[in-house]
Design a protein around this ligand. Structure first.
Ligand SMILES: Nc1ncnc2c1ncn2[C@@H]1O[C@H](COP(=O)(O)OP(=O)(O)OP(=O)(O)O)[C@@H](O)[C@H]1O
Length: 486
C-alpha cells in the first residue's frame, strides 16, 4: 500500500506478547528507521499506550521522554523520529477497538516533515536576527489551508520546535470550531515557554486542579458560533481584540517579541467565497503577519499571493506567501468524532481527566440573579458584502472609532439553555453591551437543569464563586451536550 508523498508503507509490528499472557494488554514493538513516522487512530472509549524504548521520537514537535508510558484516547495522530527509535505499543483489553498502526518508508525528499523542519530553521534565523536588533519583532506566521490539511499539526510542530530551542512564541488560535487551551467557540492566545502535554491536543484547559506539566494561561474571547461567517462583524471584532492584546504582549516581553507569533486559522474550503479570504486578510493586517504558510492547496496559495501582492505589514515589511505540501498522513475527523472531542473537552473542564479528578460546584440560581447575554448569528447581507467588496483586499472597518452595533442582546433564562456551556465574561453586569461583548473570558459554567416553573437554574461551575456578579455569554458553539450530569 502506498500513501502519496510518503512511499511504501511497511507494517513493522512485531508481537511480543506471549499466548500465555492472555490477560496482559497486547503489546507490540515498532521499530522506526530515521525519518519514519508511526500513525495511529484511537477511537473514543479506547486507549493506546506508547512508550519510547530506545532512540528519540516526537509527537507534533514535542519529544517523548524515554521509558514513559503515554496514554492516548480519542485522537488521530503520529509519532515521528529523525534518528530512529523503538516504540512499545500496548492496548489494554478494555479498549473497544484500535486501528492499524503504520510506518512509512524513510524517503527524505518525499516527507513534508523535512520541509517543515527547514522552515522552522528559517524562522529560527529570523528570530536570531530579531534578537540582535533591539525592538525588532520575530516572525508573525499565519497558517492557512483547506480542511484536514494538517494546519494545526504544523502550528503545533513549529511551537514544539521553537520551545525546545528556548524560544517563547505566542501561539494564537483563530479557529472558532476548536479551542486552544480553552473550550471550542473561543479565540485564544498563549505564550508557550514550556513543553506541551503530548497526550492532549494543546495541553489541558487551565482548571482548578494541579498539573504535572506547567499550565499555560490563555487570553480567550468567546465568539460562540461555529463559523466566522455566522457573524463576520463579531468575528473580526474579536480577532482584532486578540490582535491588540497579542501585540502588546510582544511589545512588553523581549523574549516573546523575538520568538514572534504562530497563528492557526479556520479552514478555507473549496466553496469558500470572498468572505473566507477577507477573514484571512483581516487577520494578516491586524496581527502584522509577515509570513503566510499555505498547506496543501496551490489554489489557495495563488489566491493569497494575488491578494497580498505588494502589501506591506504595519512595520513596512513585505508579506511572504509560502506554499507547503500536505502530509499524506493527515486524517479526516468526521462530524461525530469532532462532536465527541468537544464533549470530552467540556467534560474534562468540569470533571478533570484520568490524571486529575475535579469536583465542580453546583448552585441553584434564580433567573433574576443572572445577567445572560445571547450571541446572535448575523451573517453578512448581500448589500453589506457588496459594500465590503469594493476593495479587493481587507479594508479596516472595525477601528474603535467605528464600533459596530452590538451583536449581543440580553436574554431571559429558558429551557433552551439546558445542557449549554456559557462563558463568564471579564466585565461587570452594569457595563454597556459593547463592553460585555468585547470582554475576555474568565471561565465557563454549565447549565445542568432549567426549572421553568420555579424559575431556577442548576449550574455547574469549576469554582464556588457567586454567579450573579459577572455577565454570562450564551452562544450556540459548542452545541448543547446530551447531558453532563445525571
Ligand atoms: N502525518 C500524520 N499522520 C497521522 N495523523 C496525522 C498526521 N498529520 C496530522 N494528523 C492528524 O490528522 C488530523 C487533522 O490534522 P490537523 O488538525 O492538523 O488538520 P487541520 O488542517 O488543522 O484540520 P481542520 O480542517 O479541522 O482545521 C489530526 O487528528 C492530526 O493529529
Amino acid at each position: 500500500m502506498s500513501i502519496p508523498g510518503l512511499g511504501q508503507i511497511a507494517p513493522a509490528a512485531v508481537p511480543t506478547a506471549t499466548a500465555s499472557a492472555a490477560a496482559a494488554p497486547p503489546t507490540t514493538t515498532q521499530v522506526l528507521e530515521p525519518f519514519w513516522e508511526y500513525r495511529f487512530e484511537v477511537p473514543h472509549g479506547s486507549t493506546l499506550t506508547i512508550k519510547l524504548l530506545s532512540g528519540t521520537a516526537e509527537k507534533d514537535g514535542t519529544e517523548l521522554a524515554p521509558n514513559t508510558p503515554y496514554a492516548f484516547t480519542a485522537t488521530k495522530s503520529k509519532i515521528n523520529t529523525w534518528h530512529g527509535c523503538t516504540l512499545e505499543i500496548s492496548t489494554p483489553p478494555s479498549s473497544s477497538s484500535t486501528y492499524d498502526a503504520y510506518t512509512s518508508e524513510p524517503t527524505a525528499d518525499e516527507t513534508p516533515l523535512v520541509s517543515y523542519l527547514n522552515l522552522h530553521f528559517k524562522l529560527e534565523g529570523l528570530r536570531a536576527a530579531a534578537e540582535r536588533t533591539p525592538g525588532q519583532m520575530g516572525p508573525r506566521v499565519l497558517v492557512v489551508g483547506p480542511p484536514n490539511a494538517g494546519k494545526t499539526s504544523l502550528v503545533k510542530m513549529l511551537t514544539g520546535w521553537a520551545t525546545r530551542m528556548g524560544r517563547q512564541p505566542l501561539v494564537v488560535n483563530t479557529d472558532c470550531r476548536e479551542g486552544m487551551l480553552s473550550l471550542p467557540g473561543t479565540l485564544s492566545a498563549a505564550v508557550f515557554a514550556t513543553i506541551v502535554d503530548l497526550t492532549t491536543d494543546w495541553g489541558s484547559t487551565p482548571s482548578s486542579g494541579p498539573s504535572a506539566i506547567p499550565v499555560k494561561l490563555p487570553l480567550a474571547y468567546y465568539y460562540g458560533l461555529p463559523r466566522p461567517d455566522d457573524n463576520p462583524k463579531l468575528y473580526r471584532r474579536l480577532t482584532s481584540r486578540l490582535a491588540v492584546a497579542s501585540s502588546s504582549r510582544l511589545a512588553d516581553d523581549p523574549d516573546v517579541r523575538t520568538a514572534g507569533m504562530l497563528i492557526d486559522t479556520v479552514s478555507i474550503n473549496n466553496a469558500a467565497g470572498k468572505g473566507a479570504y477577507d477573514h484571512v486578510a483581516h487577520i494578516v493586517a491586524e496581527f502584522s503577519v509577515n509570513i503566510v504558510l499555505v498547506v496543501g492547496s496551490e489554489r489557495i496559495t495563488s489566491e493569497m499571493q494575488k491578494r497580498l501582492a505588494g502589501q506591506k505589514t504595519t512595520l513596512d515589511e513585505p508579506i511572504a506567501v509560502v506554499g507547503l505540501d500536505k502530509s499524506g498522513g493527515v486524517v479526516e475527523r468526521d462530524a461525530s468524532f469532532m462532536q465527541q472531542v468537544r464533549e470530552a473537552a467540556i467534560r474534562e473542564y468540569f470533571f478533570g481527566n484520568a490524571k486529575v479528578t475535579l469536583s465542580p460546584f453546583t448552585q441553584q440560581v434564580d433567573y433574576a440573579a443572572l445577567s445572560i447575554w445571547r450571541i446572535n448569528e448575523a451573517p453578512a447581507t448581500s448589500s453589506s458584502s457588496a459594500a465590503a467588496a469594493d476593495d479587493d483586499l481587507y479594508t479596516p472597518d472595525l477601528s474603535s472609532s467605528s464600533s459596530p452595533p452590538s451583536t449581543i442582546e440580553r436574554a431571559e433564562p429558558s429551557i433552551m439553555m439546558q445542557n449549554c456551556t456559557l462563558a463568564v465574561a471579564y466585565a461587570g453586569i452594569h457595563d454597556p453591551p459593547d463592553a460585555i461583548r468585547d470582554a475576555s473570558v474568565m471561565g465557563f459554567v454549565y447549565v445542568a437543569d432549567v426549572d421553568e416553573k420555579r424559575r431556577k437554574l442548576r449550574i455547574l461551575a469549576p469554582v464556588g464563586a457567586r454567579l450573579g456578579d459577572r455577565p454570562l455569554l450564551w452562544g450556540s458553539w459548542p452545541e448543547p451536550m446530551v447531558s453532563l450530569v445525571g
